[in-house]
Design a binder for this molecule. Structure first.
Ligand SMILES: Cc1cc2nc3c(=O)[nH]c(=O)nc-3n(C[C@H](O)[C@H](O)[C@H](O)COP(=O)(O)O)c2cc1C
Length: 277
């Protein structure tokens, strides 16, 4: 996606849009696909002055802007570099931290912004889920926040767990959420669900231990785990900027490679499922 950053940086500024790497990637993800029969200037996501700028520059055939406008139009179309044969791959990225400025929620948002073409990532958190209590379950059933999360997972093609690390292990908050979800319907929510795991921590080993500590639980849940490569963002306090954007180049490269691999993995599972019908 970085070539989109270099291509569209000035055009986005001219249109009054945020033009950081993540902002450009998020814009493309949010507004793609633009139907082929809709001119870029007629898209409903522009305000009047943006639409007018695009129209005018196209009419003038302005050398400075026309090529960029055409490239943006192309980048927003369905078939623009879309390698997915079976439609968009929808992923729910679940952050395991409740913290407002969580590095893991920021990592989930970076994944959302950097998702490869054909992959759409929605970000969810564990807010509102109480501590697991079998008495509460018996008296009131599964809490609404758990049911909402369950529905979001069922609606997606794949789950991407974004885990912090506490004391070299799994954070209790995240495990609690997963335990509740297993009570909501372990088979439907987890069995054979394509699942990825990434994470960020402030230590030097960047969630290496917590990701390993999750393995027995993931095996118990029966997920189909993507293990193609790893995203272990270490020293997270230096990897993100104050706005929560992932700035560290090698972490961005890793995340991008991970998402590409995860996209292919989920697509292959979708194809296998279709074939077995
Ligand atoms: C109880 C506790 C234990 C922690 N243990 C570790 C650890 O084992 N390894 C590590 O790299 N960071 C550890 N940290 C620091 C976390 O990486 C840091 O708090 C991080 O910001 C948590 O993720 P978040 O920003 O998404 O909330 C620990 C933090 C807490 C609160």
């Amino acid at each position: 996606m970085s070539d989109n950053f270099f291509r569209f940086h000035d055009l986005f500024a001219q249109l009054g849009l945020p033009n950081s790497r993540d902002a450009i990637a998020a814009f493309l993800n949010q507004h793609r696909p633009l139907p082929n029969d809709v001119l870029l200037a007629d898209a409903d996501f522009w305000d009047e002055s943006q639409a007018q700028f695009i129209r005018e520059k196209k009419l003038e055939d302005s050398p400075e802007w026309t090529q960029l406008i055409d490239q943006l139009s192309e980048a927003l179309r369905e078939n623009s570099g879309n390698r997915n044969m079976f439609g968009t791959c929808r992923v729910l990225a679940l952050s395991g931290s409740l913290r407002h400025s969580s590095f893991n929620t920021a990592l989930a948002r970076s994944a959302q912004a950097m998702a490869p073409q054909g992959m759409n990532i929605e970000v969810a958190t564990l807010h509102g889920i109480p501590l697991y209590d079998a008495d509460l379950e018996a008296s009131e059933g599964i809490p609404a926040a758990v049911l909402k999360l369950k529905a979001q997972i069922l609606d997606a093609d794949a789950l991407l767990m974004v885990t912090p690390e506490y004391n070299n292990g799994v954070p209790g908050v995240f495990k609690n959420g997963i335990d509740w979800l297993s009570r909501a319907d372990m088979k439907a929510v987890f069995a054979k669900r394509p699942t990825g795991m990434i994470g960020a921590s402030m230590g030097g080993f960047g969630t290496l231990s917590s990701q390993a500590a999750w393995l027995p639980t993931l095996k118990m849940l029966g997920v189909t785990l993507y293990s193609g490569n790893s995203v272990l963002v270490s020293r997270a306090q230096n990897a993100f900027d104050a706005q929560g954007e992932l700035m560290d180049d090698s972490s961005r490269k890793n995340l991008s490679a991970y998402l590409n691999g995860f996209n292919e993995f989920v697509q292959l599972i979708k194809i296998a499922k279709l074939k077995s019908r």
